[in-house]
Design a protein around this ligand. Structure first.
Ligand code: IPM
Ligand code: MN
Length: 355
């Protein structure tokens, strides 16, 4: 098969972890006889530095022409403490999502048996936890207008907007996932207070009968936040709006023991995009210490969801599990044992794949 991908390393540790993920992607392609062609482009702070625009038109064109996009991370601390910065790296990410029509963000939350002891939660609560959060990615308060300040600067406002079409398409995506898993869908909203949430709940109730083999239940977002910690194993597939999904997936990621482990996939109208859920980790930039596993697992998701190449994705997962079990890990999960570098871990996994 021909795999034509766009590579967007982004900022901070993005380029270091991307290098490892790309080597492993090439190794998998060689092993299974696929042809990999890729081109790199800039996004985020590095794109602002080079062009003034965090998501330049050439980058968008390249993504549109590719079958999948591998993306590292975005963000630079020089923008974080400047509330008046006119252009911010994060705007690049939001425009990329919107312009590529990436409305469904799939964030699997799974535990790794060899890391259960790293979780801040009790081992018996997290061992075997395995759910998927589907976050709507191009609507809600992130994009609703008007957004801004009153003239005197003392009042600020955001708008949360959802249309029937936006809600329906992401609910169907979530039902499809639930159908391939344990057949349980939890719709998370705040329908007791918020109008958009009431529309979400109404549409979910209308759609549910089309999926008779799937059990649908509803949770208010505050209650869901509690249940993720108290009983993570009660979830199979969860679907929610943009802002709730942003918050709940950071919460859910700690279940696994390190934010450096979780990949995500975004799917939609034109192409699909694969990225770690962590950020650009500026403190580690250039030090060759960041955990490359979330990026490497994002490449696994690219094979699986982007190209429907399940065996290829499974081989990467197997190699990642083997590295964890062998203790070839970066400092965030080394637990007092030997800490390996980003490239050590990547090269170990690459050798396993070629092996
Ligand atoms: C994420 C990030 C982004 C978001 C930021 C960087 C804009 O937190 O992908 O979860 O809020 O969506
Ligand atoms: Mn987030």
């Amino acid at each position: 098969m021909q795999l034509k991908i766009a590579v967007l390393p982004g900022d901070g540790i993005g380029p270091e972890i991307m290098k490892q993920a790309l080597n492993i992607t090439s190794a998998v392609c060689e092993k299974f006889g696929h042809t990999l062609t890729y081109k790199e482009a800039i996004v985020g702070a590095c794109a602002i530095d080079a062009t003034g625009d965090p998501y330049p038109a050439e980058t968008h064109e390249l993504c549109m022409q590719s079958d999948a996009v591998l993306f590292g991370a975005i963000g630079d601390p020089k923008y974080d403490n400047d509330p008046n910065a006119k252009v911010r790296p994060e705007q690049g990410l939001l425009r990329m999502r919107k312009q590529l029509g990436l409305y469904g963000n799939i964030r699997p939350v799974m535990t790794f048996p060899s890391l259960v002891h790293k979780s801040p939660l009790r081992a018996d609560l997290v061992d075997g936890a395995d759910f998927v959060c589907i976050r709507e990615l191009t609507g809600g308060m992130y994009f609703g207008r008007p957004q801004g300040r009153s003239e005197d600067g003392n009042t600020a406002y955001d708008t949360c907007v959802y249309t029937r079409e936006e809600i329906e398409r992401v609910l169907h995506l979530a039902y499809k996932f639930a159908g391939q898993r344990r057949k349980k869908l939890t719709v998370v909203d705040k329908a007791n207070v918020i109008a958009t949430s009431r529309l979400w709940r109404q549409i979910a109730q209308e759609i549910a009968p089309q999926y008779p083999d799937i059990e649908t239940d509803f949770l208010f977002v505050d209650n869901a936040a509690m249940r993720i910690i108290q009983w993570p194993k009660s979830f199979d597939v969860m679907v929610t709006e943009n802002l709730f999904g942003d918050i709940l997936t950071d919460e859910a990621s700690v279940i696994t023991g390190s934010l450096g482990l979780l990949p995500s996939a975004s799917v939609g109208l034109h192409t699909s995009l694969f990225e770690p859920i962590h950020g650009s980790y500026p403190q580690a930039t250039g030090k060759n210490i960041a955990n490359p596993l979330a990026m490497i697992l994002s490449a696994a998701l690219m094979f699986e969801y982007g190209f429907n190449l399940m065996e290829e994705g499974a081989l990467i997962r197997k190699a990642v599990n083997a590295s964890l079990e062998t203790g070839v890990v970066t400092e965030d999960i080394a637990d007092g044992g030997k800490a390996y570098s980003t490239s050590d871990v990547g090269e170990w996994i690459e050798r396993f794949v070629r092996g």
